[in-house]
Ligand binder design. Structure first.
Ligand SMILES: O=C(O)[C@H]1O[C@H](OP(=O)(O)OP(=O)(O)OC[C@H]2O[C@@H](n3ccc(=O)[nH]c3=O)[C@H](O)[C@@H]2O)[C@H](O)[C@@H](O)[C@H]1O
Length: 440
């Protein structure tokens, strides 16, 4: 130890002069073996770095598989591999009587699940796609997925913003149709998370249309617009020819933007596109963020519910439409959709572009909805009448469905009480403890 102490500099940058030849020699011997060791270490490090950068280069190269891999990482889903491809192919295989292979986006969603089941039941090839986001209870989405799985519908876990995934799906399956139901829904949530509406309803929709226009053959597209596009329009009932340039929520604005984007892709690329304006869809397996759903939950819990009232004209009402009627409308839209005219990204001629209202044509005040729920649940609601907040809601919706009737043969048959009865039966079955906890 002493020699080391002896050689410590007394002045910065200087070594003390060597006093012993022994020490001097040892130092020389050490320093020469040290420099050899350093050299070898440097070689070794350079060698490792060389291979590290080589592997980095090969993973970031823009080959489809590496792009897919990086997309997968960034979007948090997992897809790919031969077992996965087999499931995709099997699910998309149509029965002999059908000539349709349908990609259903938002398949683990409310309308998506019902439409997928109906398509599968009649023999169409059906592949689901869903990003399983956490906007509402994931367990409900997973339960829908299990139901679909049992019916032979595979739901791919992925996002419509994942271009590589969409490319892959169209490579594996020549889809004849796309039923696009994936969206960020809810009119009031847009105040909290506007970006999610832009992400799903605009960026995601464009990404999907890009995949469709490049696909060969190009599929025909049927997609979910919304009654909310009528916004502040006061002319009733709402007809497809009425004004849709006064949206009352960002949700409505993104759906309206979707309609304009659809026009562009139809015009430039020859995609056949049908937009369906759904009017407040309800029923079994519904969305927990919707009023009829959380009213049921809160009434059973004995919690107070807020019923919105218009400060000027009182009644707030909706043209509530039962899920089975909506499903029939979706299937009719699919069956009457003409083929897209483009191929390989090039338009070959004018293509079909349609928009339809799918409503029930009989608006019901929200207070009446609550009265029906009270009767079905046998529990009195704790009502609080509050002025309708100006955060996305509109006072009234009422669909004119004559165009859908004429061209699709769409005719809704379920009144609100009948539909809610089916919803309540499902709810009590799905949440078995909820009735016992009620204030009844
Ligand atoms: O047709 C559509 O295009 C949209 O339908 C649905 O929107 P809405 O018609 O607004 O349904 P929903 O929220 O169930 O409110 C129902 C009624 O309860 C009233 N309402 C609501 C909440 C509350 O606390 N109190 C209340 O009175 C409220 O004022 C309203 O009158 C979808 O969510 C939407 O994604 C979109 O698809």
């Amino acid at each position: 130890m002493s020699h080391l102490i002896d050689n410590t500099p007394s002045t910065p940058g200087k070594l003390k002069p060597d006093k012993s030849p022994y020490i001097h020699n040892r130092f020389r011997i050490h320093s020469s073996s040290f420099s050899k060791l350093t050299l070898w270490c440097l070689f070794f490090i350079a060698f490792i770095l060389f291979f590290f950068f080589l592997s980095l280069l090969s993973t970031t190269a823009t080959t489809p598989s590496s792009a897919a891999a990086s997309n997968r990482r960034s979007l948090g889903s997992t897809w790919g591999g031969s077992a996965w491809e087999k499931r995709v192919t099997k699910s998309s295989r149509r029965a002999t009587a059908s000539n349709r292979a349908v990609l259903v986006t938002g398949a683990a969603g409310f309308v998506g699940m019902h439409v997928s089941l109906a398509l599968k039941r009649r023999g169409d090839g059906v592949l689901g796609l869903d990003n399983f986001n956490r906007y509402y209870d994931l367990n409900l989405k997973l339960a829908r997925q299990r139901l679909l799985e049992r019916a032979g519908v595979f739901v791919v876990d992925g996002d419509i913003n994942d271009a590589a995934l969409l490319r892959k799906l169209f490579d594996v399956v020549p889809f004849t149709h796309v039923m696009h139901l994936a969206a960020q829904a809810g009119v009031r949530y847009a105040m909290q998370n506007p970006a999610s509406y832009v992400h799903s309803n605009i960026a995601g929709f464009v990404n999907l249309l890009e995949a469709c226009r490049s696909a060969n053959p190009q599929p025909a597209i049927v997609w979910a617009s919304s009654s909310s596009v009528y916004g502040l329009n006061s002319k009733v009932p709402f007809s497809e020819k009425d004004r849709t340039d006064q949206p009352a929520s960002l949700y409505a604005a993104t759906k309206k933007a979707g309609e304009e984007i659809a026009h562009t892709y139809n015009h430039i690329h020859g995609l056949s596109i049908t937009g369906l304006r759904f009017f407040t869809v309800y029923g079994p397996w519904g969305r927990p963020d919707m009023a009829y759903f959380f009213f049921t939950k809160d009434i059973l819990k004995g919690k107070q519910i807020s019923i919105f009232q218009d400060p000027d004209r009182g009644t707030v009402a909706r043209d509530f439409t039962y899920i089975d009627d909506i499903v029939k409308g979706c299937l009719r839209a699919l069956d009457t959709a003409k083929k897209s005219t483009g191929s390989g990204g090039k338009k070959k001629g004018p293509a079909q572009l349609r928009i339809f209202n799918l409503g029930n044509t009989s608006p019901v005040p929200v207070s009446e909805l609550v009265t029906i729920l009270e009767k079905l649940l046998k529990v009195k609601a704790k009502r609080k009448m509050v002025p309708m907040p100006r955060n996305g809601d509109v006072r009234f919706t009422h669909a004119n469905i004559s165009l859908a009737y004429r061209e699709l043969g769409y005719r809704p048959t379920t009144d609100l009480e009948t539909g809610l009865k089916k919803f309540v039966r499902w709810y009590l079955d799905f949440y078995p403890g909820s009735k016992k906890k009620s204030a009844w």
